[in-house]
Design a protein around this ligand. Structure first.
Ligand code: TTP
Length: 201
């Protein structure tokens, strides 16, 4: 069985893939994988490009391995009114992002890339999108949320998995919002003929 490498340092992505029953190893991409990426204006192109760069970083590190591996990478952003909102740099940036999302309908997009480490190019590179709506955030609530630090490491400065009552999904999947669209990932594995479920022989 060809092994699967999750090229991600995101605990949420590891949890989603593990809860879906897949056997995999984790090799986080280097930060440099994204460092020189162009800030593409189109959100779809941006998340696909970043997912590809993350996968490519790990594929290159596997070059000397005797057996090929499947490498899976992803990138998630929020998008509101054409503005791309990624992970906040600090509390002030988290405030800026949440104030932009407050009281709006917005999207969360995840780009996914699957690359076999002995191949010169990815087997799959695509994106999934979910639509969400967020209540208008009160100042007091916003101060408390910013002080909690729950925004750290999360695109859009919120974690849908945290059971937040102020944001709802109106279209698309929850797993896509949290960082890995599982239905599409499952279909992708079938297309490339990989079935690395833990309970398979
Ligand atoms: C919108 C949203 C994002 N997120 C997280 C998923 C991702 O971890 C993160 C988006 O940042 P990413 O840059 O996509 O991923 P990452 O830096 O966390 O990890 P890596 O690049 O190594 O794969 O935001 C949530 O946990 N909940 C949410 O509701």
């Amino acid at each position: 069985m060809t092994r699967l490498i999750l090229a991600s340092g995101s605990p949420r992505r590891s949890q989603l893939l593990s809860d879906a029953g897949y056997r995999f190893e984790v090799i986080p991409p280097h930060d440099s994988a994204e460092a020189d990426a162009p800030r593409l204006p189109d959100p779809t192109s941006l998340v696909c490009d970043l997912a590809r760069r993350k996968a490519e970083d790990v594929v290159k590190r596997l070059a000397g391995e005797p057996q090929p591996s499947w490498v899976l990478a992803a990138d998630t952003i929020a998008e509101c009114g054409g503005q791309v909102l990624g992970k906040p740099d600090d509390a002030a940036d988290a405030r800026r992002i949440l104030e932009a999302l407050s009281g709006t309908r917005h999207s969360v997009l995840t780009g996914v890339c699957l690359w076999r480490s002995d191949q010169p190019a990815p087997a799959e590179c695509w994106h999934a999108e979910s639509q969400l709506e967020m209540d208008r955030l009160g100042d007091r609530w916003l101060e408390d949320y910013l002080a909690s630090g729950a925004w750290e490491g999360k695109a859009g400065a919120f974690g849908y998995q945290d059971g937040l009552v102020f944001v709802r999904i109106v279209a698309g999947s929850e797993s896509n919002v949290v960082g890995l669209p599982l239905d599409e990932v499952r279909a992708m594995f079938q297309r490339v003929g990989w079935n690395g479920l833990r309970d398979e022989s």
